[in-house]
Ligand binder design. Structure first.
Ligand SMILES: O=C(O)CCC(=O)C(=O)O
Length: 382
């Protein structure tokens, strides 16, 4: 072949690749609606990163520690705080029961998300954006601008704070979505505030008997009230070859705490526990709560953000709703000075949301690589 012909063939191949890759940016739902019997190459993970669905390992189910909110808010708070601390240290995850959010609000949120994903692509795609801080963002995969292999998930992310600023940007269709998210976000925010206070207590930073205004940490509690909240509705369509791909790759969540509403009918969430991937058994009317990177940093490593991933299902689609909470976007996250001492030196650099966004824009996601980038390699490296 002449050099000119080689160049021409290479250019055509590049253009084909571009058209091909553009197709995947429209999302998994769009792909599936056109009929699929095999997983396209773009979604096939290297053999070592695939889930072992048929082997024993893939079948291990896990009952997470249970935290009862009614007990936490009642006379037996001390014992519930001990269980909370143990769950955050040993699992980085727990299931929250008796959470007090009305089941209608939960149902309305799930229904609104389901209806949104059922809208025609043209309607959904109005909310596609590359801006990670946009009030609403529809997209696919994990970090679609960086992922070499795509994952089997579409999502809509709704920034919820401050509500009055972001609400006008949220999807106007389906008609009930805005009200459902407003109600749900208020419920999960107040739940988060109760949990955040309990976590500060469990770390010995707030005294149980004192009320908020008498505590040294009241500034922090007030920052939590004004903190960020992002609601993410995830849609994982059924997948013809679920052993080749994942709905979400192994990751930890960047914030302080995540309150996840898993699909009660379709399992899929797996967490890494004692070196193995284990599948979480959903409990009806409960939340799965997990420690995020910011809480790991704040607790100076006492509580751990744990890797988790999502399996996809051969015959059923799955919906989950995550509510991610942290300090305000412009706050600095650092280990609590009260948790740093000679025996337990500072383990992480200060970090903020802007650093996270910059990191995500320039790196392909791998496990806990953002948090690793904030870890101090040696003392005095802050
Ligand atoms: O869908 C799930 O069960 C987990 C979702 C998740 O890990 C996330 O939104 O970060």
């Amino acid at each position: 072949m002449s050099p000119a012909l080689v160049l021409e063939v290479q250019t055509i191949c590049k253009e084909d690749e571009l058209v091909e890759s553009h197709k995947y940016h429209k999302g998994v739902k769009h792909l599936c609606e056109r009929g699929l019997t095999k997983v396209p190459r773009k979604y096939i993970l290297p053999a070592l990163e695939r889930p072992l669905l048929s082997k024993k390992d893939g079948a291990t189910n896990l009952k997470l520690p249970i935290i009862d909110l009614a007990q936490l808010q009642g006379p037996d708070r001390i014992h519930a705080l001990e269980s909370l601390s143990k769950a955050c240290e040993e699992y980085g995850f727990f299931q929250l029961i008796n959470h007090g959010i009305a089941s209608e609000s939960v149902l309305e949120m799930i229904q609104a998300a389901r209806k949104f994903f059922e809208l025609p692509f043209e309607e959904r795609s109005k909310y596609m954006s590359k801006d990670q801080s946009a009030p609403v963002r529809y997209g696919t995969s994990f970090n679609q601008n960086k992922d070499r292999v795509f994952c089997w998930r579409d999502f809509i992310k709704l920034n919820c704070h401050p509500l009055s600023d972001v609400l006008p940007f949220w999807p106007s269709s389906p008609a009930e979505l805005r009200q459902a998210v407003v109600n749900y976000s208020k419920g999960t925010k107040s739940l988060y505030l109760m949990l955040a206070k309990a976590i500060l207590e469990s770390l010995g930073l707030v005294e149980t008997e004192k009320n908020i205004d008498e505590n040294d940490s009241c500034d922090l509690l007030k920052e939590f009230e004004d903190g960020s909240q992002l609601i993410v509705a995830n849609c994982y369509p059924s997948c013809p070859e679920p052993d080749l791909t994942l709905g979400m790759p192994p990751h930890s969540d960047y914030g302080f705490l995540t309150l996840l509403l898993p699909d009660e009918e379709v399992k899929g969430l797996q967490i890494q526990h004692e070196g193995r991937w284990v599948t979480v058994e959903p409990i009806p009317n409960s939340f799965v709560v997990n420690v995020g990177d910011h809480l790991e940093i704040f607790s100076n490593g006492k509580y751990r953000s744990v890797l988790h991933r999502v399996l996809v299902n051969p015959s059923k689609s799955r919906i989950s709703i995550a509510s991610l909470h942290s300090l305000p976007f412009n706050s600095m996250i650092r280990p609590s000075p009260k948790l740093v001492n000679d025996a337990n030196p500072r383990r992480y650099k200060d970090t903020d949301f802007a650093t996270f966004i910059q990191y995500m824009a320039s790196h392909e996601h791998k496990n806990k690589n953002f948090l690793e980038s904030r870890r101090l390699s040696q003392l005095g490296d802050a």
